[in-house]
Ligand binder design. Structure first.
Ligand SMILES: C[S@@+](CC[C@H](N)C(=O)[O-])C[C@H]1O[C@@H](n2cnc3c(N)ncnc32)[C@H](O)[C@@H]1O
Length: 219
């Protein structure tokens, strides 16, 4: 199951690669787009889309092998949602998420400070949206077993947000790409790879990282 599947890009990609996917999102509009995307890609036999809140799903207990979440857990009522995921996962089922997360409360306090938010305004799409904190990881570890948290991305989100600098770098390093969009995607990926290398060489820099890959299992 993909939680917060939005327009269904990932769900349909997973279906095209052989998975049977249940995509769930609170937005009716997004679910309609996801269904249309699935029709266009001939994956309707492998996809099932539901417009409903992730905290209260219509599925029976022990139903799914995997609950996958891409940047949506931080929109949810985390405690309720995690217990719901545990309920619908089979024993041994896996929770996999990629989420914005602050490993350091001090760094997070700086990010939400007045001065910093003037430079980098914080987007808030839903009332419950917030950056996850170490306490949320602790909560995951109390509800699930075999938890692994991998820090991910340090400077790349900031450079991406400084549009003129990002464009300048794209034009210098990816000037041979057929179009600007491809160049921007490659630049973004190159910056992320830079962060990955940095974290590998200097693991202590994880306190600066902006995202985490989260892996957990149901007992
Ligand atoms: C940042 S978007 C991510 C969308 C998609 N996963 C992607 O990677 O493009 C967050 C998604 O979570 C959905 N969402 C927010 N609150 C939700 C809730 N309580 N239950 C289910 N989905 C929710 C939003 O409608 C939105 O599609």
């Amino acid at each position: 199951m993909e939680i917060g599947c939005g327009n269904g890009e990932l769900s349909v990609w997973l279906a095209k690669n052989g998975a049977e996917v249940y995509g769930l999102d609170i937005s009716d509009e997004s679910i309609k787009i996801a269904e249309a995307r699935s029709r266009t890609n001939n994956t309707t036999a492998q996809t099932h889309f539901y417009a409903c809140p992730a905290e209260h799903t219509p599925f029976e207990d022990n139903f799914f092998d995997i609950v996958f979440i891409n940047v949506s857990l931080h929109h949810l009522e985390v405690d309720l949602a995690l217990n719901e995921f545990k309920r619908v996962l089979k024993p041994g089922g896996k929770l996999i998420a990629i989420e914005p997360l602050a490993f350091s409360k001090t760094i997070q306090n700086i990010r939400v400070s007045k001065l910093f938010t003037k430079l980098y305004p914080i987007r808030q799409e839903t009332p419950t949206e917030r950056i996850l904190l170490i306490d949320d990881l602790r909560l995951i570890a109390t509800i699930f077993t075999h938890t692994i948290f991998i820090p991910y991305r340090i400077f790349s989100p900031f450079i991406y947000k400084i549009k003129p600098l990002f464009l300048f770098l794209t034009k210098i390093f990816f000037k041979r790409e057929p179009d600007l969009e491809t160049g921007k995607q490659k630049m973004n990926r190159a910056l992320q790879r830079g962060d990955e290398k940095l974290l590998k060489i200097f693991p202590f820099l994880k306190f600066l990282s902006r995202y985490a890959v989260i892996y957990a299992e149901k007992e």
